[in-house]
Design a protein around this ligand. Structure first.
Ligand SMILES: *Cc1c(COP(=O)(O)O)cnc(C)c1O
Length: 228
């Protein structure tokens, strides 16, 4: 039996609307990004056919092939994977958003390489909320400086923060870690008023993310099924 993408998207949307209501969030204030890494174009097309517009991809070469195949569709493309500096030109040229900026060098390159004819690239800084050296993302102490840098770069617009916390089972524990990033986001947004995006929540912690103020959840498994 094939995985029913349409049903999964409908169900995820329904969950978002329920959580918004339960946690006194404005209706429809949490956008749904479909994370389609490793999944074929045919599956993305099914998602597009039921109105999905935001897609997240982690691997550049794979993403570029899909973007080319789906060039006619009205998609918004989000780069959410680790960024090597030799990949920034293609990311800057192809994507609408980047959620995984974690250092100044990458930000400067993306800005320089953003084609002039395109609007500035929407950027989120990836925060290492668990503060473990082995984890991706910038440490909280270094966050203000990177916000300032991105805010001053002409090719970029600083939109917000993103994190991928270590998996936690309990809702309360998931909320506790999202509360930390939400607090940093609030502090930074006071200084940088283009920061309107909190990119938190994946298949396993959507409710906690909505409860703590997510404006965009990044959902892969719950939409497209498990990855090989
Ligand atoms: C893979 C991935 C997701 C989606 O994770 P699921 O658990 O499959 O929903 C979200 N964000 C990032 C950055 C990812 O790499």
């Amino acid at each position: 039996m094939t995985h029913d993408i349409q049903a999964a998207i409908e169900s995820t949307r329904q969950q978002l609307r329920q959580h918004e209501k339960a946690y006194n969030r404005v209706p429809e204030s949490v956008a749904l990004m479909a994370v389609s890494k490793t999944k074929p174009v045919t599956m993305l097309q099914q998602a597009i056919d039921c109105g999905q517009r935001h897609f997240g991809e982690n691997y550049l070469d794979e993403a570029l092939l899909k973007m080319e195949a789906l060039a006619e569709a009205d998609c918004v493309w989000h780069f959410i994977g680790a960024i090597q500096s030799n990949k920034t030109a293609k990311i800057a040229a192809g994507f609408d958003w980047v959620h995984s900026i974690d250092r100044g060098k990458i930000a400067r390159r993306l800005s320089e390489q953003r084609p002039q004819h395109l609007p500035s690239l929407n950027c989120c800084i990836q925060l290492n909320v668990d503060e473990e050296a082995s984890k991706a993302g910038i440490m909280p102490d270094d966050l203000p400086e990177l916000c300032e840098l991105i805010d001053g770069l002409p090719g970029l617009t600083l939109r917000g923060l993103m994190c991928i916390p270590a998996p936690r089972q309990e809702l309360a524990d998931q909320r506790a870690v999202f509360a930390i990033i939400a607090d940093y986001h609030q502090q930074m947004a006071k200084r940088f008023n283009s920061m309107d995006t909190l990119s938190i929540g994946m298949s396993g912690d959507i409710e906690a993310a909505v409860a703590e103020g997510s404006t965009m959840v990044r959902v892969g498994t719950a939409i497209f099924g498990a990855r090989a």
